[in-house]
Ligand binder design. Structure first.
Ligand SMILES: [Zn+2]
Length: 307
């Protein structure tokens, strides 16, 4: 039986990350799992820590797990790297002589992701946004084997989100086939979502033929397939006023064009503006914290993926 190895990858300034590696010694897909790319998203960290060292009964390929990719951000309980304010999920492929965030991205690109067949990047929505339980995949033509769509279909999330474009800098650019999770994450840590992530990854490993026997049952969730919104931070509908954002919808809700999603109010609670759905679809992102600036994105919709 193959045994896990755990190694420390060191970076300048005492930074670095732990890498867990399990090699079946046989041909098969090489899967890499990231937790903690953003330091304030705990469910992915829990799921990745559970998977690291788990008795997987690997019969093909290999599994690499980085339980906490951005340790410095995790230590500070922040989304961004404290040393430079960098967003690791937008810093790929990185630079060897760049900022600490760029150096970390470069080490991941040049060391961990070389030869990777499928990257599974475990995120939740963190402090800034509220997002439903989603598995997203990139569909820009680079994934010739269609692994990311296969993986997304068995993961068992409420939404399967197809992105026809790969925006520059994303962690997901590090491999041709890549999927990522999102889940409501603005509130306290959800062990239920952490369990959903662990089970979803196990289903993917089973789907790709890596496991001796299934370690998670098939999901009973019916996933809604959605498309669009290439970047949850940039695409959503924006405010015309400065004020406080009041939710009038919730993440995952199905809405019709014209439905009220939220309000912007002044400091007396008087309505300055109504944010209404600009199309039929599902609410896939809502700004969580109330204070908004003029022109700030606050609510995002994705439409049904008819393909
Ligand atoms: Zn994230």
């Amino acid at each position: 039986m193959a045994e896990w190895t755990r190694t420390r990858v060191g970076l300048p300034g005492g930074r670095g990350f732990d890498r867990w590696f399990l090699d079946s010694g046989k041909p098969g897909y090489r899967v890499v799992i990231f937790g903690g790319v953003h330091g304030d998203e705990t469910e992915g960290v829990i799921a990745a820590n559970r998977l690291a060292g788990m008795a997987l009964g690997l019969k093909a390929g290999s599994v690499t797990v980085l339980p906490i990719v951005n340790e410095e951000a995790y230590g500070a309980d922040t989304r961004l790297t404290p040393a430079d304010g960098g967003n690791l999920a937008r810093a790929f492929p990185g630079r060897a002589d760049g900022t600490p965030t760029e150096q970390l991205a470069f080490a991941l690109t040049s060391d961990v992701l070389v030869g990777c067949d499928l990257l599974i990047d475990l995120h939740t929505s963190g402090r800034t946004l509220d997002i439903p339980f989603t598995i997203g995949y990139i569909d820009d033509g680079r994934d010739k084997k269609g692994l990311s769509e296969r993986a997304a279909k068995v993961f068992g999330a409420d939404f399967i989100w197809r992105h026809p474009i790969r925006p520059p800098g994303r962690t997901l650019n590090g491999a041709d086939a890549a999927i990522y999770t999102e889940a409501p994450g603005a509130g306290p840590t959800s062990l239920e979502n952490a369990g959903n992530f662990t089970d979803g990854v196990l289903r993917v490993l089973d789907e790709l033929g890596l496991l001796e026997k299934p370690l998670a049952t098939c999901s009973t969730r019916i996933s809604q397939r959605i498309v669009g919104g290439n970047n949850v931070e940039l695409d959503p509908m924006a405010t015309k006023h400065e004020g406080l954002f009041i939710h009038r919808s919730r993440q995952g809700q199905k809405v019709a064009k014209g439905d009220l999603l939220g309000l912007v109010v002044n400091l007396k609670g008087e309505t300055l503006e109504e944010i209404r759905a600009d199309r039929d679809g599902w609410v896939v992102s809502l700004k969580y914290r109330p204070q908004v600036r003029k022109g700030e994105p606050v609510a995002g919709l994705a439409v049904a993926d008819e393909r």
